[in-house]
Design a protein. Structure first.
Length: 178
């Protein structure tokens, strides 16, 4: 007996034996596609949720900022209410006595200056000090024997600093050399 090699017939369908494997491959491809679509849907939902969270956070911060802006001076105004009360009481009680009215106004002014100082507002009253263009605005210059040249002789209007930042310059008269 001789050993014969199996012959391959070119007319035979070589994929016929692979048919069960191809069906399995299609099923796993479909399962993988479904899995990827589910993952994509989950990621889209997550992205939408994150976008909504960011939008809600932005709106909340905007509301808080608006509220802070609207009520930023609440403490200052609450501190000013006793000053208003003092002015009203002083005007009501003064009658025709000018000295009582003056005394009441002086007390109220001290109270008002305390409130402003407590909130960081301090006056710039530079009489006798060297002229400082960062805090003073010269209105005129005059010869003065009492003051050194370049020093403030008179203040027309006090300046004001708010927490060390110039709010309004002092309007001053400056001495000049004779």
């Amino acid at each position: 007996m001789t050993h014969q090699e199996p012959s391959i017939d070119p007319n035979e369908n070589p994929q016929a034996d692979d048919a069960p494997l191809a069906g399995a491959s299609d099923a796993s491809d479909k399962a993988r596609a479904a899995e990827l679509e589910a993952e994509l849907a989950r990621l889209r939902e997550e992205a939408l949720r994150e976008r909504a969270d960011l939008d809600n956070q932005r709106k909340r911060l905007e509301r808080e900022r608006d509220s802070a802006r609207r009520f930023a001076n609440e403490r200052l105004l609450a501190d000013l209410l006793p000053v208003i009360d003092s002015l009203e009481a002083g005007l009501g009680a003064a009658g025709s006595d000018a000295s009582a009215l003056r005394e009441g106004m002086e007390l109220t002014l001290r109270q008002l200056l305390k409130v402003t100082a407590d909130n960081g507002l301090v006056p710039v009253d530079p009489v006798g000090q060297p002229f400082n263009p960062d805090h003073h605005q010269a209105m005129s210059m005059v010869p003065s024997e009492e003051h050194a040249p370049g020093h403030v002789v008179q203040v027309y209007q006090k300046g004001w600093l708010l927490n060390d930042r110039l709010l309004r310059p002092a309007l001053v008269v400056v001495s000049q050399q004779d």
